[in-house]
Design a protein around this ligand. Structure first.
Ligand code: C5P
Length: 414
């Protein structure tokens, strides 16, 4: 699979040229590369090939009209514009290039392009004289100036029987060009699994044992990893956070469920990042009815939970592992011990108690660790360490992944 197109939303704009039939295959190849494809056809395109072909291939109704109330109610042009990561117009005719360059918005395809913040790419296909016409070249120049990517065209025998420049690029070349648009991340194509949040261990139907954890650090790392081109699986305990775009999320509640969710997908992962505050113990027996309050002492017998991270690191072919150590004292020593005992590649340690005493700093610095937007980390590995100063978890996540990428590539290149 072409990792950089994995989970990308692509609008394929098909214009009215003879090469439109090649776009049918393009839908399939983009899907094979992991993308979701929706098709917009201009009215001229429908003279060459039917919307039904694209509907059958893409699995979605084809969008054709700007002023169709039914279609607008299903997925309107603004919604389409927001959905897309890329609008690829293939084939792009001389007419569509001219319309795009002049900022027209009187058909669906042009309106979506104008309303979208997505990347836009055009793959021109036309007669070679039309292609070399000054007006076409001027239009391309201004499109390129405004950030539109131009794919091709190729030279060769044309549908009109003449030879010259203006053939649509091959499907394979188009898919490759699309994937290049996204393949610029530090963790491009790496499969990364992240655990996040607490686990809740039921005592009875209404009570549980749990940890103080918001899941923010793990979710911030998931978002930063996606930004850097990783394919992310997020295994989340009970948290109140929005799923980052383009990530596959599995919700769990208990440590045993988290263990099961991790182990069932771990074989295909390159990196495992354990930010979850997994409960170390669970009630040995879950009461089926609510325990009634009495004045007597109540003992709850606890059984240890599996150490998910330790188990992952002990696999015969383990992924690169990054653990977290939330400590209240001797942070570095405890973290180093965990790095060694659990056989991890890296560990990120943080103090979770009150951190400072000066009055001015206390407002921000006490606000750190569990349940906070902020954190500070000491990142340790076998023969090195780096301190990441107090900052927003989103910012820390990016810094942490930069260190991880260096360590990961150093390890895998030896
Ligand atoms: O041993 P301790 O719980 O302090 O280790 C913390 C690290 O181990 C964290 O990365 C946490 O996500 C992971 N962990 C785990 N499964 C457990 C306990 C901790 O994956 N049962």
């Amino acid at each position: 699979m072409n990792a950089s197109l994995h989970n990308k939303n692509i609008i394929l704009g098909v214009c009215g040229g003879i090469a439109a039939y090649k776009s049918a295959d393009l839908v399939r190849r983009l899907q094979d590369a992991g993308a979701q494809v929706r098709v917009i056809m201009t009215s001229a395109a429908m003279e060459f090939i039917t919307p039904l072909t694209f509907q059958a291939l893409s699995g979605y109704p084809v969008h054709t009209d700007l002023l169709d109330t039914e279609a607008e109610a299903a997925m309107g042009h603004i919604e389409l514009a927001r959905w897309a990561d890329l609008v690829l117009i293939a084939p792009a005719t001389a007419n569509s290039l001219a319309r795009l360059a002049s900022g027209r918005a009187d058909d669906l395809l042009c309106a979506v392009c104008l309303a979208s913040k997505a990347k836009i790419a055009v793959a021109p296909a036309m007669n070679h004289v039309m292609w070399s016409a000054d007006t076409t070249q001027n239009n391309l120049h201004s499109l390129s100036e405004s950030g539109v990517e131009i794919f091709g065209p190729d030279a060769g025998l044309q549908a009109c029987g003449e030879v010259g420049e203006g053939r649509l690029l091959d499907t394979e070349q188009l898919v490759h060009a699309c994937s290049n648009l996204f393949s610029r991340g530090l963790l491009q194509g790496l499969k990364i699994m992240i655990t996040a949040g607490p686990t809740f261990e039921p005592i009875d139907p209404v009570r549980y044992i749990g940890n103080r954890s918001s899941g923010r650090m793990g979710f911030a790392i998931a978002e930063a990893a996606i930004e850097q081109g990783a394919i992310v699986s997020l295994i989340a305990g009970p948290v109140h956070l929005t799923t980052p775009q383009h990530c596959q999320r599995t919700d769990v509640e208990t440590a045993l469920q988290m263990h099961q969710a991790v182990m069932s997908q771990i074989a295909e992962q390159d990196v495992f990042i354990a930010t979850a505050a997994v409960a170390d113990y669970r009630p040995h027996q879950v009461q089926l009815q609510k325990i009634k309050k009495t004045t007597d002492k109540l003992n709850i017998s606890l059984s240890p939970n599996p150490d998910i991270l330790k188990e992952v690191a002990a696999l015969s072919k383990p992924p690169f592992t990054l653990g977290f150590a939330a400590e209240t004292e001797n942070v570095k020593d405890h973290a180093l011990l965990k790095l060694k005992n659990k056989k991890l590649n890296m560990i990120a340690a943080n103090r979770v108690a009150h951190m400072v005493t000066t009055h001015e700093e206390s407002q921000t610095k006490q606000d750190s660790g569990f349940n906070s937007e902020y954190n500070a980390l000491q990142v340790l590995w076998k023969d090195g360490e780096l301190i990441l100063e107090h900052a927003r978890k989103t910012q820390l996540a990016r810094q942490l992944l930069t260190i991880l990428a260096n360590r990961y590539y150093e390890k895998t290149s030896t």
